[in-house]
Design a protein around this ligand. Structure first.
Ligand SMILES: [Zn+2]
Ligand SMILES: [Zn+2]
Length: 136
């Protein structure tokens, strides 16, 4: 069997993690909360918490009733978006080395900053994936 272990870390490496989950496509989220937290937009891939081994202390900010945002309290790197159902979205930029992953969609595109547009031809959803698509 192929080893699919992926490693991740924050900028200062106080927080590191590994997952043995086969990671799927990366989704770009342009919502107002991701804008504020990242300074641009977030790109993340989901994994079950049960597949993740974590070292170091993650700080959590409950930004909405649906979930909370995990970041390093030292360097501020945004690492995790956790939903109530036990799924955690790993910020793709926190993965170490080559991931072999690709982005497949933009969500909450209607909330993006007005200073850029998606130019990759991927579907852009106004809000969540279950809703309507909009022009990039
Ligand atoms: Zn850090
Ligand atoms: Zn978002």
């Amino acid at each position: 069997m192929t080893d699919i272990t992926q490693h991740g870390s924050c900028l200062c490496r106080q927080v590191t993690y590994t997952t043995t989950h086969a990671l799927g496509p990366v989704t770009a989220c342009h919502c107002g909360q991701c804008r504020k937290q990242t300074g641009h937009y977030a790109a993340a891939t989901p994994a079950p918490w049960s597949s993740i081994e974590l070292t170091g202390e993650v700080n959590w900010y409950r930004s909405s009733p649906q979930g909370r945002r995990g970041f390093c309290g030292i360097c501020g790197s945004y690492l995790f978006w956790e939903e109530g159902d036990g799924t955690v979205y790993l910020m793709a930029g926190s993965l170490d080395g080559d991931t072999g992953l690709s982005m497949d969609a933009h969500i909450f595109y209607a909330d993006r900053g007005d200073y850029y547009r998606a130019t990759d031809g991927l579907p852009c959803f106004a809000a969540g994936r279950s809703g309507p698509e909009v022009e990039a």
